[in-house]
Ligand binder design. Structure first.
Ligand code: NAI
Length: 218
């Protein structure tokens, strides 16, 4: 069960989308935007956007709308992007390497400090100048380096063991790609990533019309 948050998870999950769209507006030199225009672009309703943002403060002005740069920066603050985060990846297979090679996370402030695996064929190879280390060094590395986020990219049978090492060494955020629910203490946040759920949602939507053929909408 995900831990309770003060703001609803549905709102939190929409914030990155606002941030991304506002970033695009900024890059296109748009200075201000009404909640209606923003809503049309993003695909939510204007009142949804106003309600979501009102959870954090009063960012718009009646008759003016939102100042794009201000709102972008404020949402960045809300998302915790005014600071940087040190990360490590455990499991340097397909997913681990793909994440390690994705440099945009660095631009957002997530700095990859170490990559670990148990496969001798991978240990010693570099990805973006970071040498893959033996997972046996993980605990020692975590004790000597402040790491905020541990990224789990090992098979599901191995995931809890890695999570336990993270917890033991004071890592407070876990980005978990393994398809299993991790057991961690209250003060550790786990964010699970499920690409297959997204893919199954897509396949449902491709087939929805067929499913309800001849039936009225609900
Ligand atoms: P992979 O087999 O290419 O890579 C896994 C790596 O973990 C290997 O290099 C292996 O040597 C290493 N490993 C295994 N046990 C370890 C341990 N105890 N300590 C350190 N390294 C260890 O697998 P792939 O395709 O990269 O998938 C990784 C994980 O991500 C799996 O759990 C898979 O089910 C999951 N996955 C998740 C997706 C998602 O949407 N979240 C999508 C695809 C895969």
């Amino acid at each position: 069960m995900p831990k309770k948050t003060i703001i609803s998870m549905a709102v939190i999950k929409r914030l990155p989308k606002y941030y991304r769209y506002l970033g695009e507006l900024l890059r296109n030199d748009v200075e201000r935007i009404s909640s209606k225009e923003l809503a049309d672009r993003i695909g939510f309703t204007a009142s949804q956007i106003r309600q979501d943002l009102n959870n954090f403060g009063d960012f718009g002005q009646q008759g003016y709308g939102y100042n794009v740069r201000f709102l972008y920066e404020e949402i960045g603050k809300i998302l915790g992007l005014t600071r940087t985060y040190n990360t490590v990846i455990v499991g340097a297979g397909n997913i681990g390497q793909a994440i390690a090679n994705y440099t945009n996370f660095e631009k957002l402030g997530f700095h990859l400090k170490g990559i670990f695996d148990r496969n001798p064929k991978l240990i010693g190879i570099s990805i973006r100048d970071i040498v893959i280390q033996d997972v046996d060094n993980l605990e020692n590395f975590l004790k000597n380096n402040h790491i905020d986020i541990g990224i789990i990219c090992v098979p599901k049978e191995q995931a809890q063991k890695i999570a336990d090492i993270f917890v033991r060494c004071g890592v407070k955020g876990i980005w978990n790609f393994a398809p299993t629910d991790l057991s961690v203490p209250e003060d550790v946040i786990v964010e699970n990533v499920h690409l297959s759920e997204s893919l199954l949602t897509l396949s449902y939507r491709l087939n929805e019309a067929e499913l309800f053929k001849g039936k009225t909408g609900r």
